[in-house]
Write a protein that binds this ligand. Structure first.
Ligand code: IPE
Ligand code: IPE
Ligand code: MG
Length: 242
């Protein structure tokens, strides 16, 4: 029996973890002769819509790339606007608590002002036991930065004699990543026509299925997500087997 939501049919098989690279905000604004920051405001609205939809249909874990370790290269006005949107979102995050959504911020939080950093940690602590869905937001996140940090932690433990270098496994590395408690990415969605991963969850996407779309992120609606879900359900995942 196929599932259904808002008259849209849903496949029987869902990915456990969907990763979203929210891309195309700037081009969306440019097409409308508006400043890039306007695109980020609209993109933030789409983010909230997609989060609610995923919660409604029962996805276990979703993650969103909001700001990369490379995005500091942008103009200080644009960086400020994005961080400000994040600040506003954090201030309203408790709206989600009623939905029993666990919230986690991955990335190097040390780059953010102390009050924001503390708020992110508070939200993580207050939602730790919620199990209806996990919402991961990647801020100042880079996949290589994450793996480098894991290597540092493991090296420190090895120096202290807590880890034997010969006993280091893939699980050891995974356990030192920000995502240690969450499943690997099953479905990675990138809108905006770019066909690349841009340093997002590079370890966790090792066997992810990719869905690319030309839609720009502010226009990415639940209907588009449904297309991705149907395509995912039809894929044959082999993980190196036959
Ligand atoms: C994604 O949209 C948002 C962030 C990277 C923060 P972009 O700002 O990259 O939009 P385009 O790719 O320039 O259109
Ligand atoms: C990826 O988008 C980062 C986020 C969505 C936060 P970018 O726009 O920064 O990626 P590139 O530069 O096109 O690869
Ligand atoms: Mg972009």
């Amino acid at each position: 029996m196929a599932k259904e939501k808002n008259n849209m049919s849903l496949p029987d098989v869902f990915p456990r973890h969907i990763g979203f690279i929210m891309d195309g905000n700037g081009r969306w604004a440019k097409k409308r002769h508006m400043p890039r920051t306007f695109g980020h405001v609209e993109g933030a609205k789409t983010f909230e819509k997609i989060v609610r939809y995923c919660r409604d249909i029962g996805i276990e874990c979703i993650s969103f790339y909001a700001f990369s370790t490379e995005n500091w290269k942008r103009s200080s006005d644009e960086v400020k606007a994005i961080i400000n949107l994040l600040r506003q979102y954090i201030a309203r995050a408790r709206d989600y608590f009623v939905d029993e959504t666990r919230m986690v911020f991955i990335g190097d939080k040390s780059a953010f002002p102390e009050d924001m950093r503390q708020q992110m940690i508070d939200i993580e602590n207050e939602t730790r036991d919620f199990d209806k869905m996990t919402l991961i937001i990647a801020v100042n996140y880079g996949g290589r930065d994450e793996i480098k940090n894991a290597a540092k932690q493991i090296a420190r433990k090895a120096l202290k004699g807590e880890i034997d270098p010969d006993q280091i496994t893939e699980e050891t590395v995974a356990a030192h990543l920000y995502t240690s408690e969450f499943p690997d990415v099953d479905l990675l969605i990138r809108p905006s026509g770019e066909l690349r991963i841009s340093n997002y969850l590079i370890w966790q996407c090792a066997y992810a299925e990719f869905y690319f779309s030309d839609v720009l992120w502010p226009d990415f609606m639940p209907e588009e997500l449904n297309k991705a879900l149907h395509e995912y359900a039809g894929r044959s995942r082999r993980f190196g087997g036959v």
